[in-house]
Design a binder for this molecule. Structure first.
Ligand SMILES: N[C@@H](CCC(=O)NCCCC(=O)O)C(=O)O
Length: 256
């Protein structure tokens, strides 16, 4: 059996004189060494993408983190802080991609911004600044610290005892996670189920129990120092297995 192909949608940024499409190495590495799949970095070209052709040839989607934010207009709000970075080409690429992959039952794993994108794409909303919401704590990383400190575990999340994440991990015990986000889930989209929440009640992970394909999304960063984190390796392993299952089933359905 060939290696499943996993789409990794790119971010866009201006570096020196030129604009770039890019994906961080830690996400690409997580697809290769965590999920055992072949990453395909997809440029953020939005409506130029023939989703029918693309999704007929791939077996999974990994939606990465990014400093950018889903434009608030996608969930019916005005942007409250214009200083918060946006990546409109990424929005125009990931939101339709998520909906199309969801319809086809293609496995998806969302991380941080990707967690927020899946919720918005499927009809949910976001807090634009979690730390400004009554009763919520500040989930942002401390600016200026070295990455090892910024991505260190800082709070625990409680797992849904009968959720798919507890099943993947073989335990519903709380886990400690890192936290590098300003925004967060306000209203969960229809069909999504909470898999983990922080002590302040913020949704930190969800799944789609009734979906035809694997869908798990995490507000934290399991890809950071993944190989040294047994929880992360189990989560990426489960995603990779879902992609292999999807590949087998799609091969059987069209054996040409
Ligand atoms: N901008 C959103 C999402 C934050 C996010 O994805 N942070 C990680 C960026 C760097 C990385 O990918 O490791 C928010 O602030 O909520």
């Amino acid at each position: 059996m060939s290696t499943p192909i996993v789409i990794v949608p790119a971010c866009t940024a201006q570096e020196a004189k030129h604009p770039y499409h890019f994906a961080q190495m830690k996400y690409v590495d997580a697809v290769v060494r965590g999920a055992g799949c072949l990453p395909l970095v997809l440029p953020a070209i939005g409506a130029e993408i023939d989703l029918e052709t693309l999704l007929g040839t791939v077996h999974g989607v990994l939606l990465t983190g990014s400093p950018s934010n889903v434009h608030a207009s996608h969930y019916g709000e005005q942007v409250r802080d214009a200083a918060q970075p946006q990546d409109l080409p990424r929005d125009a690429t990931t939101l339709p991609l998520i909906r199309a992959a969801y319809q086809r039952g293609i496995p998806m794993l969302g991380i941080c911004l990707g967690f927020q994108e899946v919720n918005v794409a499927l009809g949910g909303t976001l807090h634009q600044a979690v730390h400004e919401v009554d009763g919520m704590t500040d989930h942002r990383e401390t600016k200026g610290l070295p990455a090892e400190q910024q991505y260190a575990p800082v709070h625990q999340v409680s797992l849904a005892p009968s959720g798919c994440m507890a099943a993947i991990l073989g335990s519903a015990d709380p886990i400690r996670v890192n936290s590098l986000h300003t925004q967060g889930v306000a209203r969960l989209a229809p069909g999504l189920a909470v898999e983990a929440h922080a002590d302040d009640g913020l949704v930190e992970a969800y799944s789609a129990p009734g979906a035809s394909g694997f869908l798990l999304a995490l507000q934290w960063h399991p890809e950071w120092r993944m190989a040294a984190n047994p929880v992360s390796m189990k989560l990426f392993g489960a995603f990779g297995n879902a992609c292999r299952d999807y590949q087998r089933r799609s091969r059987a359905a069209s054996p040409v």
